[in-house]
Design a protein around this ligand. Sequence first.
Ligand SMILES: CC(C)(COP(=O)(O)OP(=O)(O)OC[C@H]1O[C@@H](n2cnc3c(N)ncnc32)[C@H](O)[C@@H]1OP(=O)(O)O)[C@@H](O)C(=O)NCCC(=O)NCCS
Length: 276
Amino acid sequence: MTKEEIAEKLNIEKSTITKTSAWAAKNSADLEKYTTYLLKGKYRAVNDFSPLAKLALVINALPYVYKKYSDKNIDEKIFFDTFSDIAIWCENAREQYGVEGLVNIKWISKHISMKIFRIGRLQYEFSRFAILPHAGIKNMLSCPYILGEKCITLHIPQGEKLDNDACKKSLGLADSFFSEHYPDYKYRCYTVITWLLNPELENVLGNESNIVKFGKLFKLLGRVPDSDMNERRVFGYKKDRKNYKPINALQKYTLERINKGLPLYSYNGYRDKTNN
Ligand SMILES: CC(C)(COP(=O)(O)OP(=O)(O)OC[C@H]1O[C@@H](n2cnc3c(N)ncnc32)[C@H](O)[C@@H]1OP(=O)(O)O)[C@@H](O)C(=O)NCCC(=O)NCCS
């Protein structure tokens, strides 16, 4: 498959692909040099490139990654699901900065270097067990995992509901995926750092909410103040506080805390791998 065919399948706009191809044609030496960087998970050298140039590099890397997936017998669906994130982050770049292309190259370089996979509803990243500050002595003592040990960190892509059955199915698939394709990567648990684990949300959204059910899949460990992230995820990137018009209980709760000057947090939680 050519890079253009892959990019189209990933729902990257055709006109944007054409512009990245024009950049690639004019910068062939840089294209090859920095694609190699990205394939190794390096991104700093291209951090200051234009969004279209970054996207050109990412698109150029795709056939190489496609081949690596196929060499490892990883399902093509996982490839396309994983890289569906490119369109999401192009959309975020448009919303946040008003630009065409990709800004967050650090994030997508993880996908290119095969450190992150999307398996069903959730994304999974090779990582190390972390404990956020303010963990509380009780949470720490009951946690069987050790700071820095190998684990898999979950991420929750935007773009669709957080259906609980889909999340549980994804976790089951992840167990099989890593044991089949990365048998040497021994890990005992999944971790997550997110605003979605806020225990107060049960009172705000009720226990039938997807967010609340998702939170119950994990044991809570610690938290850090992360008001910006909460605000961005609930009201979008514009941060136009005067014009916020909360339309649901989550937005009302978030705005009330912002207006009272109360912090919002990111929480970390963990969940045992099945049969660990
Ligand atoms: C994670 C996510 C898909 C959950 O959405 P969901 O499946 O609708 O969650 P719930 O069913 O629990 O939602 C309960 C209510 O809160 C609303 N809601 C949920 N997430 C919301 C958000 N990010 N912003 C505004 N409102 C939101 C829902 O529309 C629903 O409102 P309603 O009762 O009027 O229908 C959604 O929050 C999202 O797309 N977030 C962006 C990705 C993200 O935050 N990832 C984590 C990064 S650390």
